[in-house]
Design a protein around this ligand. Structure first.
Ligand code: ZN
Length: 205
C-alpha cells in the first residue's frame, strides 16, 4: 500500500504512532522502534504494510519503503512541504474514510514541488481543495457584511472574500484572485502576494 505520513507522535520508548493518508483511508499505525527500520519523516511518501498485532491494539506499520522525491533533501522545499502536510492532517484529523482526491492532490503537488515556488503549488492545490469541498467563495460577497464586493477584495481564513474596511486587511488585485479561483493558476500573482496568501492558508484550511 502507498501513503503519505501526515503525522506522528512518540509512544513509549522510541516507538511511534504514525498517521498515514492512503487513497481511501487515514490510518493510525504503530511503529516499533528498531535499528534496522528505515528512517521515516513527516511528509514522506511510503510504500508499507499494515499488520494487525497482538502486542498492540492498533495495527503495525511494517515493511516501510520511502518513495523518495528528489526535493526531499532540499531543506527549504521540505520545510514548506511539512507545513502544508500539517495543515492537511489538521483538516482531515477526524476522518477515517476519504475519497482519493486528497491522496491524488498530494501526488500532484509532489510532482511539481521542485519546479517552482512550492507555496504557489500549495496555494493552487488549496483552491482545488476548496472547490472540491464546495467552499470556494468565488462570488465576492463579503464574509462580514454580506454585501457585494465591487473593489479589490481582502481575503481571510478559508480564502473568504471581504471588504477591506470590514476586516482591516490589505487587499489583493481582484482580477488576479478571480483568475486564481477560476483557473487554479497563480501565474499572474507575484511572489509577495503568494507569501501573503500562504500566510492566510497557514491559519488553517
Ligand atoms: Zn463587508
Amino acid at each position: 500500500m502507498q501513503g503519505y505520513i501526515i503525522n506522528f507522535n512518540r509512544a513509549k520508548d522510541e516507538d511511534l504512532i504514525v498517521t498515514v493518508l492512503t487513497k481511501n483511508n487515514i490510518l493510525t499505525l504503530y511503529r516499533f522502534y528498531g535499528a534496522r527500520h528505515s528512517h521515516i519523516n513527516l511528509g514522506y511518501k511510503i510504500d508499507f504494510e499494515s499488520k494487525s498485532s497482538i502486542k498492540s491494539n492498533i495495527p503495525q506499520l511494517r515493511d516501510v519503503l520511502h518513495l523518495a522525491n528528489k526535493w526531499n533533501t532540499e531543506h527549504d522545499r521540505m520545510f514548506i512541504w511539512q507545513a502544508f502536510i500539517k495543515l492537511i492532517f489538521l483538516h482531515l484529523k477526524d476522518v477515517d474514510d476519504i475519497h482519493d482526491f486528497y491522496f491524488n492532490l498530494l501526488d500532484n503537488c509532489s510532482e511539481k514541488w521542485h519546479t517552482q515556488n512550492p507555496k504557489r503549488v500549495a496555494i493552487e492545490a488549496y483552491i482545488k481543495l476548496l472547490e472540491y469541498e464546495g467552499r470556494l467563495h468565488d462570488e465576492f460577497i463579503c464574509f462580514n457584511c454580506e454585501m457585494s464586493i465591487e473593489e479589490n477584495p481582502a481575503l481571510i481564513r478559508g480564502f473568504l472574500p471581504a471588504h477591506e474596511k470590514c476586516v482591516w486587511s490589505e487587499t489583493f488585485e481582484r482580477l488576479q484572485i478571480e483568475e486564481l479561483f477560476q483557473t487554479k493558476n497563480s501565474l499572474f500573482i507575484n511572489d509577495k502576494d503568494i507569501a501573503r496568501l500562504w500566510k492566510i492558508m497557514m491559519e488553517g484550511l
